[in-house]
Design a protein around this ligand. Structure first.
Ligand code: SF4
Ligand code: SF4
Length: 383
């Protein structure tokens, strides 16, 4: 396998969600890695190359694309399938001993991936499903040290099928398992997952109901927040497959599909327009604009990672998150609109209120308070 012992694997640790916010508790890669080669320590991710089995599951499993390689990326599969132009294509992993097709199957295309099939993202399975009928060869999985990856691979495949159905296509995917006696071929059907709980982290946080304070990070001049709560507007950490998905989804969309489940968020009237949610959002799925003394919160489901960061960073707990069936996940939705004014003390936009003070300045002591505090101390000292 191309990545065995972590060869050619690059880890962009600054993209990890745990580095963006200490309350995120993401551990997708750590909990699914079949070699237990990933360690999360002090909000930082480390790869123990000696233990790495080379499956590449972390490539597709990480929501912010922390793992990648200069030597290989999954777009090569799409190019190969396009070049072959076959009506149906079989996909083999790098361990498969018989990657080439039998005589009876000559009219089919064949692609061997230099890693485990689980390294392919759900967005890429979607793109492949638009071009060809997909046959996944799982014959070698039973004895493979990476067999625990198969469930994650199936989740990606089945999510892609759900998106294909939602965008008006009939997904044609089968698992082929010549080693398994009970089922040789399993024709798959797109199912609507509609999961409210999408990960172990979701489950954990929903049980504990934990909301942590934002971790002090890089400061931004344009925020009225006190230094320890300031955070710079970050880059966009949307993975490449999700950027490509937007184009494929919109270019191939046909009416008549069954809407698929995508992340949604709701804002309550407790919002004070402090801007923390959009500053923390790692993909700019949630943005705030101000025009004509009105703030507008804009949300794009198809760019949302379900990371909870907007919710965790909101100081007034005005954001709730869910999943709902959505026809066009890439439509930018206006989810909240309210009149704003410039804060009388710091000038940042805040929701119109009696004193027109923003959330942070309202909590700061005034000069009068500070003076009376000094007087008090002096007086107490004399006594
Ligand atoms: S899956 Fe990605 S974001 Fe999550 S802990 Fe691993 S590296 Fe960080
Ligand atoms: S909108 Fe919220 S949950 Fe979605 S990516 Fe942005 S911060 Fe994460």
């Amino acid at each position: 396998m191309l990545f065995t012992k972590g060869s050619h694997v690059q880890v962009e640790t600054n993209r990890c969600l745990n580095q963006q916010h200490n309350g995120v508790e993401c551990s997708h890669c750590v909990s699914h890695c079949p070699g237990q080669a990933l360690i999360l320590y002090n909000h930082q991710i480390f790869l123990d190359k000696e233990k790495c089995l080379g499956c590449g599951l972390c490539f597709s499993d990480c929501p912010t694309q922390v793992f990648g390689s200069q030597q290989w990326d999954e777009t090569t599969i799409i190019t190969e399938v396009k070049d072959q132009g076959a009506r149906a294509t079989q996909f083999f992993c790098g361990y498969h001993e018989t990657p080439f097709l039998s005589k009876e199957e000559k009219e089919k295309g064949a692609v061997q991936i230099p890693t485990c099939l689980s390294s392919v993202s759900r967005g890429t399975w979607y793109e492949l499903g638009l071009q060809t009928a997909v046959e996944l060869r799982l014959d070698e999985c039973h004895e493979c040290p990476m067999k625990n990856c198969v469930d994650r691979m199936k989740l990606s495949v089945e999510t892609a099928m759900e998106w294909l159905s939602a965008s008006g296509h009939t997904p044609d995917f089968i698992y082929v398992d010549t080693a398994g006696k009970a089922q040789k071929k399993k024709k798959l059907q797109a199912v609507s997952s509609g999961l409210k709980i999408t990960s172990r982290r979701d489950l954990f946080l929903s049980l504990v109901g934990r909301r942590q304070k934002a971790e002090p990070e890089i400061t931004a001049k344009d925020s009225a927040a006190p230094e320890e709560m300031k955070v710079k507007k970050r880059g966009n950490y949307l993975p490449d497959w999700q950027k490509r998905l937007e184009d494929s989804y919109l270019n191939h969309f046909r009416q008549g599909g069954i809407p698929a489940f995508w992340p949604t968020i709701q804002m309550s009237t407790g919002c004070v327009n402090c801007g923390m949610c959009s500053r923390y959002c790692p993909t700019q799925a949630l943005r705030i604009t101000v025009e004509d003394k009105q703030c507008t919160h804009l949300f794009t489901s198809g760019h949302c990672l379900d990371c909870w960061m907007c919710m965790l960073s909101c100081p007034t707990q005005s954001i709730t998150r869910d999943r709902h069936p959505i026809t066009n996940p890439f439509e930018v939705k206006n989810i909240y609109k309210a009149p704003v004014a410039e804060c009388n003390r710091c000038g940042a936009y805040t929701l119109v209120n009696e004193q027109n003070l923003c959330y942070w300045c309202e909590k700061q002591p005034t000069e009068v308070d500070l003076l009376s505090d000094v007087r008090k101390r002096l007086f107490e000292k004399k006594e």
